[in-house]
Design a binder for this molecule. Sequence first.
Ligand code: PMP
Length: 396
Amino acid sequence: MSKILNAFVDENLQQLRDQGLYNEIDPVEGPNGPIIKVKGKNLINLSSNNYLGLATNEQLKEIAKNTIEEYGVGAGAVRTINGTLDLHVKLEAKLAEFKGTEAAISYQSGFNCNMAAISAVMDKNDAILSDQLNHASIIDGCRLSKAKIIPFNHSDMEDLRAKAKAATESGQYNKVMVITDGVFSMDGDIAKLPEIVEIAKEFDLITYVDDAHGSGVTGKGKGTVKHFGLQNEIDFQIGTLSKAIGVVGGYVAGKQNVIDWLKVRSRPFLFSTALPPADVAAITAAVQMIIDSTELHDLLWENGDYLKAGLEKLGFNIGHSETPITPCIIGDETLTQQFSKRLIEEGVYAKSIVFPTVPKGTGRVRNMPTAAHTKEMLDDALAIYEKVGKELGVIS
Ligand code: PMP
């Protein structure tokens, strides 16, 4: 092993450990449902993105098993050689129907999708107006494109408008894109898409919305673009297939010509093996379930509202979430980490999120209730929150 590499990793790992920033990962011993087993102990799980409980849905498991029998476990090639199975074609038609667009393209993950799509259309002669709180995969996708990245203050439409005007009037760029999360995962707030679309129209911006946390959740399950009725206004509707949909993967939904372009120019589509058949079949069925019924969506919101009301009644600061994502803002970083550790010891798995993921002094424990939680589980979680909150002086 290289001596330089050895010194580099040892030194940096030690530094992280000294600062208490080294993230120890405790594996979940079994399915990622509303109750998870960690180190042999059952915990109420408030940290997964399995919003509708579909990751462990019996019908989807059956479909995946049957598809393995029929197709095997792998797609065998990249999409453009012969990895495109009839199942991928069906999935993409279903995604277009789900999002109300002409066409869709799937990728191996949501992260991958942002790396793929942004760099397929933007280059060094372009600029990207990016919400300051956008997800890491959006930031990395923007960097990969080599376009000039112009961050705007979070959901600040005046700032966006001023920067859109300056960028387009400068004459420096061929194309300008505005890019935002649909739902911001740290606070649960929703992007101001109607205003963004208005600004985009004024300055002919390309619009790109990553609705990883909105699909299945907002717009009666159809997502944040649908929530605002803007299906014909957004050029790129991005989603992940790993959160509410419960499996794995990512997608872009949009106009046929945009999707055709991504099929010939987005590198993970061209150079990385296609999603496995069992996953594709399960995803297609999951999307169909969300199209057909709002039952799981309604349960998710009921549980989100219940947990929020309970935490607020206990005196916790739950921020300004507009979705079931429920932050419990503690503030001080060390106290936040201690709070989360005590919750886990008492039986609630809710992870702390601190600087640099969120601004200094706004450390929080983030809760993600799902459609699969029962009221009893949420009551138990609230009782533990009350105990730990009083013990650590966060509530009186
Ligand atoms: N975009 C956003 C906004 C996300 O929150 C995430 C997941 N954390 C991703 C993309 C990545 O999705 P995936 O986990 O499917 O790679």
